[in-house]
Write a protein that binds this ligand. Sequence first.
Ligand SMILES: *Cc1c(COP(=O)(O)O)cnc(C)c1O
Length: 356
Amino acid sequence: MKKDILLMVGPTIVPERVIKSMNTQVISHRTPEFSVIAKELNENLKKVFQTENEVMTLTGSGTSSMEAAIQNCFSIGDEVVIAVNGVFSERMAVMAETFGLKVKRAVYPMGQEADVESVMGFVTKETKGVFIVHNESSTGVFNNIEKFGEALKDTDILLIVDSVSGLGGLNLEVDNWHVDVAFTASQKALMGPPGLSFITLNDKAWKACKKADIPKFYFDLAQAKKMNAFAQHPWTPAVYSIMGMNEALKMILEEGLQNVFERHNKLSKMVINGMRELGINLYPKEERYASKTVNTFKFDKSPIFVNKIKEEYGVVISGGQDSLFNCTFRVGTMGYVTETDIATYLYAANKVLKKI
Ligand SMILES: *Cc1c(COP(=O)(O)O)cnc(C)c1O
């Protein structure tokens, strides 16, 4: 049978070239051979994060970097402001509370962006950090990170950005935009195999780490940074995922970051316009903040649509998340996706919608 067209929201389709790069005998992570790969990966990660600072690779999905950010930068009882406009930002808030932080939630209706003016309204002189999700994969909304950086750059407050479904698909200029901590994962726009996450901290954040008293061990970032200097890891990393990720980043940089962003933009427009012609509208309240990586649509027959388009046409898209399961579906334009894939999806969507 012919291969499915994969337009999921994570893990995303892994290119053949990446799969091939992992088809080899395992190597020890304590060898120069491994360090050659890790060094190349580290250098390319800096390019995609658009930072001069070290980027650490953690073995664990995106949520592990979320945990590392909280454990390493804060102390029990610290006040933080978390912009909540979807499932992942709420996860961050619950996690921060789990580690004993005093969380002030700036809550927005689902499908709406978190705007900087109102989030800053929650900040007091006690606030130690502001957390924001770059691209809310549950609602298909992206937030304007540049404006948050502008608002916080001359303060001691850390700006922590979850860009798990953004980085590699949406522009994120970590240094230029004064993002203090940014993290992402391997399996979304970076089109790598699942199992890794990547996190970077600037000097302001490393300074905060020195004072932080939350217990940590596996995700001790000071330890990871020390080993990173030798292109090594504190523990046995996911060696195969690192090989695959290294290859995926090469592909991204060969295409060119700006070209990659433009491709995401173009494919997203194609999906949004195509669905509109079929009478299906975006879930985000305004198109100006609609994601270019996770295109989310309102549709009261979403679960049937998602099933039928897979069963009958081999096109795999994602259903709505949590409370949005019955009323939304999501089409990923993240990573290794082409115009032909989207054209096929739209063809199949048209056929399926006529039937249901
Ligand atoms: C996927 C995702 C995560 C992390 O999920 P993992 O399953 O732990 O990789 C976090 N935030 C956002 C916005 C995501 O899309």
